[in-house]
Design a protein around this ligand. Structure first.
Ligand code: AMP
Length: 188
């Protein structure tokens, strides 16, 4: 089954974990914008240097930079052939609109958006437990707020476009994944 998926949920909602399970069973290419940015930081590329200050402060990288990076990735042959599963993008409505327009130009569309719903308390506990270098308590709190403001309108956006599927993200991993599979296997 080749589809174009979007994973939605605040940082710590478990998108990455579910993404790993999905790619083991389905052909879609997992594209994490956070991972791409981190790889560019590590390799000290021009893109990484542009993104660094925003990422260090826990802010979103400007849309212009992020959209161009995503557009470039989506035109690569593995994605064209197998479809995609976007993780961490779009993060705001402008990015969502850019993506829709980009896909329309390529005679494609978003097949489904999986929204992993998790309470704030659980999110903070999970992020603190992850121990990434940018996961200090202050940065986490700030990142949650920034992401909430930008991210929650996306839930409305995709609901209006009739592609939203809400998944309870607080259960055990296998139960969550079995709910994900039910959604994916039900897509036309
Ligand atoms: P993540 O691993 O998804 O939390 O991403 C880590 C950091 O990369 C974020 O805090 C942002 O600075 C940047 N980033 C990742 N995805 C996006 C996006 N869609 N738009 C803007 N910035 C992003």
């Amino acid at each position: 089954m080749t589809k174009n998926l979007i994973l939605l949920g605040l940082p710590g909602a478990g998108k990455g974990t579910q993404a790993e399970k999905i790619v083991a069973d389905y052909p879609m290419v997992h594209i994490s914008t956070g991972d791409i940015f981190r790889a560019n930081l590590r390799d000290k590329t021009a893109l990484g240097e542009k993104a660094r200050a925003f990422m260090d402060a826990g802010n979103l990288v400007p849309d212009e930079i992020t959209n161009a990076m995503v557009a470039d990735r989506l035109t690569q042959p593995d994605v064209v052939k197998n479809g995609f599963m976007l993780d961490g993008y779009p993060r705001n409505e402008e990015q969502a609109k850019f993506l829709d327009q980009f896909l329309a130009e390529h005679e494609e569309a978003v097949s489904a958006t999986l929204y992993f719903k998790v309470s704030d308390d659980v999110l903070v506990q999970r992020l603190l437990g992850r121990g990434r270098a940018d996961d200090t308590k202050d940065v986490i709190a700030h990142r949650l707020e920034v992401n909430k403001k930008a991210n929650l309108p996306l839930v409305d956006y995709y609901e209006k476009h009739n592609v939203l599927h809400t998944i309870d993200g607080e259960g055990d991993l296998d139960t969550i994944y079995s709910n994900v599979k039910t959604v994916l296997d039900g897509l036309n």
